[in-house]
Design a protein around this ligand. Structure first.
Ligand code: NAP
Length: 281
């Protein structure tokens, strides 16, 4: 019987996961189909009951369900517990298992470009769910992190939580403060939704969010947004001669890890990369 998998999100129609996973299943001759499950938050609990009865083998979980779904999962990996979010669900027949592969995806994207992260200093713009997984991954590899966020209290809260887990390698300031001091480091990571929420930013807004003089302080710049692939930040970084890491890398590597969790097989990375590339702007 064809095994069913899918992306659980709201909205979900824009997801690139189906093209990646269906290409991967086909390449390895696995009888499986990956679809889209667009489920509103108020229907999440009923949907998860259907997942068990309809024999849906696995789910990729995206906004806005990554935290809420934890209440409906019986076994949660230690990494997911510490991050406070699950992005991968495995249906074990009578119960669910939850994992988080986002931090593995971001670490892999960074390490493939700049090597080991130990003692590297990263400045992360954002303190939402994606930033949290990225920061967890950086700290796990012994990097140092400065969080820069529009709402400083959110960054500060993350510092307090992660400080007790990893020791004093993390601090936070407001975005406003960063625009005055231009904090420096090895890597600048853009992990907010700024480019997706408001696609048509004016030149002035872009420069205000991350001025070129600030970008100039880093060797490497990563943006986790992949629509568009060349974000305004990466375009400026490239002009300044910086090493850039585009957002689809994190997406690809977190998906490859999900594939391994579900099937026990190594993901066909090249096939998934080509399927993804063919659907990016
Ligand atoms: P989230 O939890 O809603 O957090 C959004 C973050 O963006 C917050 O830190 C928020 O700041 C900040 N923000 C939003 N608009 C801003 C603005 N105009 N100026 C400054 N900061 C702003 O979202 P998320 O789950 O972290 O996801 C963030 C983005 O990453 C999404 O676009 C998502 O698609 C993308 N993503 C990509 C990957 C990948 O694999 N490449 C994986 C996961 C997510 P406040 O705290 O001040 O509100």
């Amino acid at each position: 019987m064809t095994k069913k998998y899918g992306i659980l999100a709201f909205p979900a129609a824009h997801s690139l996961s189906p093209v990646m996973f269906n290409a991967a299943f086909k390449a390895l001759n696995i009888d499986a189909q990956y679809g889209i499950f667009e489920v509103a938050p108020e229907n999440l609990s009923d949907f998860m009951k259907d997942v068990l009865s309809e024999n849906i083998h696995g789910l990729s979980v995206s906004l806005p369900h990554k935290e809420m779904i934890m209440k409906l999962i019986e076994r949660i990996s230690p990494d997911s517990q510490k991050i406070g979010a699950v992005n991968t669900v495995v249906n074990k027949g009578t119960y669910f298992e939850g994992h988080n592969t986002d931090f593995i995806g971001s670490n892999q994207a960074l390490i493939e470009s700049i090597g080991p992260l130990k003692d590297k200093k990263a400045v992360v713009i954002g303190a939402g769910g994606a930033a949290r997984a990225i920061i967890y991954g950086l700290l796990k590899e012994n990097a140092e992190v400065l969080i820069v966020n529009r709402s400083p209290e959110k960054g500060q809260k993350m510092v307090e939580e992660f400080d007790s887990l990893f020791g004093a390698k993390i601090s936070a300031i407001s975005h406003e403060e960063a625009l005055k001091t231009f904090p420096t480091g090895d890597i600048l990571i853009q992990a907010t939704s700024i480019w997706t929420l408001k696609k048509e930013l004016t030149e002035e807004e872009i420069l205000h969010f991350c001025p070129a003089e600030w970008i100039a302080n880093f060797d490497t710049v990563m943006d986790i947004i992949y629509r568009p692939l060349m974000t305004p930040l990466l375009t400026t970084a490239k002009k300044l001669g910086k090493k850039i890491i585009t957002g689809e890398k994190m997406l690809l590597y977190q998906a490859a890890e999900q594939f391994k969790i579900w099937t026990g097989e190594k993901a066909p990375l090249q096939v998934m990369r080509e399927a993804l590339d063919g659907n990016l702007l």
